[in-house]
Ligand binder design. Sequence first.
Ligand code: NAG
Ligand code: NAG
Ligand code: NAG
Ligand code: NAG
Ligand code: NAG
Ligand code: NAG
Ligand code: NAG
Ligand code: NAG
Ligand code: NAG
Length: 827
Amino acid sequence: MGLSPFLILWYVWLSSVSPRPSTAATVSDRLTQNQVLEDGQTLVSSGQRFELGFFNRGNSSHRYLGIWYKNITLTVVWVANRNKVISGQSGSLSMGSNGFSLLLNNSEKIWSVNATRVLESPILQLLDNGNLVLKEENNPDLEGYVWQSFDNITDTLLPGMKLGWNLKTGLYRNMTSWLSAEDPSAGDYTFSLDSPETPQLVLSKGTQKQYRWGPWDGVRFSGSNELRSNPVFIPIFNSSREEVYYTFEVIDQESTLSRFVVTQHGWIQYLTWSKSSNEWVTMVTLQRDSCDRYGTCGPYGNCYSDGPKCNCLKGFTPKSPEDWSRIIWSGGCVRRWELECENGDGFVKYGGMKLPDHSHLVESRNLSLEVCEVECLRNCSCMAFTLIDIHGNGGDCVMWFGDLVDMKHFPSGGDDLYIRMARNELESIADARRNKRVRVIVTIVICVATGMLLCGVASWCAFRIRKAKRRAASLNHPRRYLMEETQEEDLELPLFNLKTVSAATDEFSFRNKIGQGGFGPVYKGVLLSKQEIAVKRLSRDLGQGLREFKNEVILVSKLQHRNLVKLLGCCIHGDERMLIYEYLPNKSLDYFLFDQTRKKLLAWKKRFGIILGIARGLLYLHQDSRLRIIHRDLKASNILLDSEMNPKISDFGLARIFGADQTQEMTKRVMGTYGYMSPEYAMSGHFSVKSDVFSFGVLMLEVISGKKNWGFWHPDHDLNLIGHAWKLWIEGNPLELMDALMDDSYSVDEVVRYIQVGLLCVQQRVEDRPTMSSVLLMLANENAMVPQPKEPGFYTEVSSMGMDTSSSGKSRHTTTNEVSVTMFDGG
Ligand SMILES: *[C@@H]1O[C@H](CO)[C@@H](O)[C@H](O)[C@H]1NC(C)=O
Ligand SMILES: *[C@@H]1O[C@H](CO)[C@@H](O)[C@H](O)[C@H]1NC(C)=O
Ligand SMILES: *[C@@H]1O[C@H](CO)[C@@H](O)[C@H](O)[C@H]1NC(C)=O
Ligand SMILES: *[C@@H]1O[C@H](CO)[C@@H](O)[C@H](O)[C@H]1NC(C)=O
Ligand SMILES: *[C@@H]1O[C@H](CO)[C@@H](O)[C@H](O)[C@H]1NC(C)=O
Ligand SMILES: *[C@@H]1O[C@H](CO)[C@@H](O)[C@H](O)[C@H]1NC(C)=O
Ligand SMILES: *[C@@H]1O[C@H](CO)[C@@H](O)[C@H](O)[C@H]1NC(C)=O
Ligand SMILES: *[C@@H]1O[C@H](CO)[C@@H](O)[C@H](O)[C@H]1NC(C)=O
Ligand SMILES: *[C@@H]1O[C@H](CO)[C@@H](O)[C@H](O)[C@H]1NC(C)=O
């Protein structure tokens, strides 16, 4: 009756992976006076979530006292003696009458905590949130904790830990990375909340700043949407007389384990434990925007996340044009006109900015912009000012002295910055503006009868006189100009009237309804001229003025490409708004792709053509059109097919038409569809052309496999389609991803290249995803260099479904079957 070989193997495996001696004995969740915790024993919190004890990592023989999660693979969240190892001897934690100490060989003290007051019956307790606290057993609430490990952050920020300042006690908490995976001693990277007056988040390597987010402007850390409300965790910034800190809460606290960590390589990541795949999943990496890399564009340079990087602010020119043209930007820019403090400097307003570094809080009171401006004007070394509400007092006057560094262009929710400019600069701005007006007037005058010419000349003269007057007057007053380019175009608006549209669609009869998208129903119609049209009747909650709506329709209707559905015009009647498109007979891609019979019509050659067509259309939207358009809701049902199965992207420009991010005042509206949304977009509403690339990647994998990403199911694992593709890729069987119903007219190399490009498009990190132009290059050119993909983003159902579990969807619409989402993240 011997043991089965399997059991023996299992036993051997168990004993080899156990991180701690198998004799580990649990004491309880606390130590009372004179109790000792020996190496091998542990304290376990009452809810079984955390455990305190001695550990070592990897092959290292160094032992540390630390806290880790109880039930999962050893993940240490706190280390007591990170800078003083226990080596070759055994350590113990000993509770005394007024504190506790970590002893070596039961005698030498290597780390200790002493209470600053006399304690009656002290205990050391491990709480279920991972906090190790020293307190009075009998009067727990008397004066809070005497000491807590939450005040001694290592590299991990647990929910409820506060990063920042306690102004009363002078305590300053920051996070410092481990030196290596095996060595918890302090590494190179520190993540901190800098300066309690103008708090900003800074990642530094040694003493060098590497990344910066902020300062806090009352709504967000300036220039960053990463740490705003999202479906997974609630970021909290609190500033009061006693404390200034950043912390976070997890929405689903009961079942979710999450933490922020600064890794040994300096990444700041938000991780969540995935029960199904038994591993930590990175939900957010803070360093997403390369423009947040500190000082990328040098002084007075303005960084553009998705463009050619650096531009000088208006009124400035590259310090070294030669370097600048060789894309060496660190030298930055210099003023066109030197300041002359005594001679009428003024301010120019730059909107949509990430505020520069080295801000100084001048007054924290409910101040007005004018008072702040006068204060700044008075001091010749004040280079810029702004009014933001850092501390919740209504308006804080913030100033900058010296060169302005580390700014970026941040249209979706940036701040205003008022920069000091020389008088000459201000005048040239004013002149340019007046000349523009004069030009318009002159044009009108010429167009009118010659008899009116005299009158025109007179009005031109009036302008000159007014200008001279203003020049004289302006010497005595501080001046401020809005630096904005207003371009107005008088284009013809393709307007349909309601009668026409109504007649064409048989009064929007149900029979003519051909679809229902996130923006409203779509009807088929036939105009009197026999032309077939598709009418999209927009939902009424546009939240946008008529004028902007018209402007956007005009702009979008100018976009023409064979892979875009043509927008013919619009119809406005009362608060009813409709978009009129050309009609395509063949329905949408999902109609074919996800149907067992119809998908047979899509042979590999056709699928290949569809992918290329979509890529071309998207490239046009991103790069080649006059407007840079980010689609934001690319998915199979938004790809229409013409009679020859050529793909045409529909619904592009809707984000613009809806005015989703036109004005700073409006809260941002996240549109998209689960399964296609990139991690950064879903988590924080941060979008760029690369979020479209992500959706395109998902679409590619769907076209190749004939399966949906959202709702993908596989008997062997819990991964979604992205994860499935990735698994097959690393296992070396990419071809298994192909639709089983596909004919065998494909070339293996081509399919593998397509899958590889698809995986590149769905990379977790924005920087790792190619642009559409390189996607096209890699797809169309069989000799193109295609980089190896790394781990993709959102590849488990858990990580993408995690968003769906949030119950706080106070303003979230979900339309049936398509699962289109609209989220508003309020400020
Ligand atoms: C950890 O495991 C124990 C026993 O296996 C269980 O009672 C406890 O609920 C688990 N704790 C958590 C937080 O999952
Ligand atoms: C640990 O030691 C084993 C055998 O000595 C070695 O193969 C392995 O690479 C080491 N692991 C690390 C992380 O150093
Ligand atoms: C630790 O203690 C043991 C006995 O208590 C002693 O033999 C040993 O030398 C001590 N080691 C050190 C490094 O002090
Ligand atoms: C705590 O007090 C003990 C003596 O009681 C002393 O040796 C030790 O250095 C103190 N530790 C700290 C951190 O002050
Ligand atoms: C925090 O930990 C470090 C290193 O372990 C130690 O030097 C420091 O005294 C601790 N601070 C507090 C407040 O306990
Ligand atoms: C982190 O905190 C420690 C202790 O308060 C402080 O000495 C250190 O300067 C801080 N580091 C940074 C980069 O802020
Ligand atoms: C902010 O901190 C203060 C003082 O610590 C506290 O009283 C207040 O409740 C906190 N506010 C929030 C929103 O957490
Ligand atoms: C201008 O402000 C700087 C920084 O606050 C200060 O050091 C300097 O004395 C001020 N100069 C004048 C003239 O007020
Ligand atoms: C600031 O002042 C304005 C009017 O001067 C007032 O409406 C507002 O409530 C004040 N805000 C705060 C936070 O005191």
